[in-house]
Design a protein around this ligand. Structure first.
Ligand SMILES: O=C(O)CCC(=O)C(=O)O
Length: 291
């Protein structure tokens, strides 16, 4: 453990090659116990792995209109700024951009998802025809840019972050550290921490945060990070970066996902809540048997 003026961090996150660990061991040792891991060799089949670079996006899609934090800019301008980004003057960070809004040929470049993303019960056809819970998202940012909030993913979904270019540093805290995270009070903010500076937290506002212990580690191109349901996390970019993410649910988080979903979507609708509970319960049972 390295001591910093704030939480304690270890960089000892497990790393495995997918070909070595295999599905059974991965599910048993990481997915079901909700333990983060970095998998390499999972996205080598993606066309994007060789094709997606900053120059590719600038040359082929430079005119694509984007909005980042309320600012409208083209992909070309974004890439120009990303290339000269520094921690002192970070470029805009394109985050959570839906891949389904990209031209179809780009969507195909990141298919199929790596095997370590499944079992993903959001792929169940009964569920998908009613509501598609899967979000595949694109992130492009430069050195020094940061994800703006320490959080766990909404509806207690798992996150899988697939790194295509550049290096990112992630910080992650297990769910049992929640009492130290200064989570928001209402349903819309309960997965977001008020701690706005992880590196040098304001100790007068967030004294308990200093007792937290978590992980701080790097993610390199070709790697997939599994951030399990309920794990608090955030990121900063160490070199110009392209990432794709997908969220998921399975036996490990179905109960938490179903509860969050019922509460947020059917609050105040007793009958819908009851029918919805049965529906999600049936899907859970079916998927458990199929796994
Ligand atoms: O890679 C990043 O910037 C963090 C992404 C993330 O935590 C999220 O989208 O939930």
């Amino acid at each position: 453990m390295e001591k910093v003026s704030g939480p304690q961090f270890t960089d000892q996150i497990d790393r495995h090659r997918w070909a070595d660990i295999g599905r059974k061991r991965y599910v048993r040792e990481y997915v079901l116990p909700l333990k983060p891991v970095i998998i390499s060799g999972g996205i080598e089949h993606w066309v994007a792995r060789k094709k997606w670079t900053l120059d590719f996006f600038k040359q082929q899609y430079g005119g694509m209109p984007l909005t980042v934090d309320g600012r409208q800019l083209s992909m070309g301008t974004l890439i120009d700024e990303v290339k000269v980004s520094t921690p002192e003057r970070p470029a805009p960070y394109l985050r959570n951009h839906p891949v389904k809004d990209l031209p179809e040929e780009l969507q195909l470049d990141v298919q199929p998802m790596p095997e370590c993303v499944s079992p993903n019960w959001f792929d169940n056809r009964l569920l998908k025809t009613w509501k598609d819970f899967t979000y595949v998202e694109l992130y492009i940012g430069g050195t020094g840019a940061k994800f703006p909030v320490l959080h766990y993913d909404g509806l207690h979904t798992h996150a899988f972050l697939m790194q295509l270019e550049g290096v990112k540093e992630y910080v992650a805290f297990p769910p049992d550290q929640a009492p130290l995270m200064y989570a928001g009070q209402d349903a819309a903010h309960e997965n977001k921490s008020a701690v706005d500076n992880i590196e040098t937290p304001d100790l007068t506002r967030f004294p308990k945060f200093c007792s937290a212990s978590g992980f701080r580690f790097k993610l390199f191109p070709g790697e997939t990070l599994f951030v399990p349901s309920g794990w608090w996390h955030t990121a900063r970019i160490l070199s110009p970066s392209i990432t794709v993410s997908i969220n998921g649910a399975n036996a490990a988080n179905w109960k938490d996902f179903s509860r969050d979903f019922r509460q947020s979507y059917w609050a105040g609708h007793k009958a819908k809540k009851a029918v919805g509970s049965v529906y999600l319960g049936v899907i859970g049972t079916m998927m458990r048997m199929a796994d």
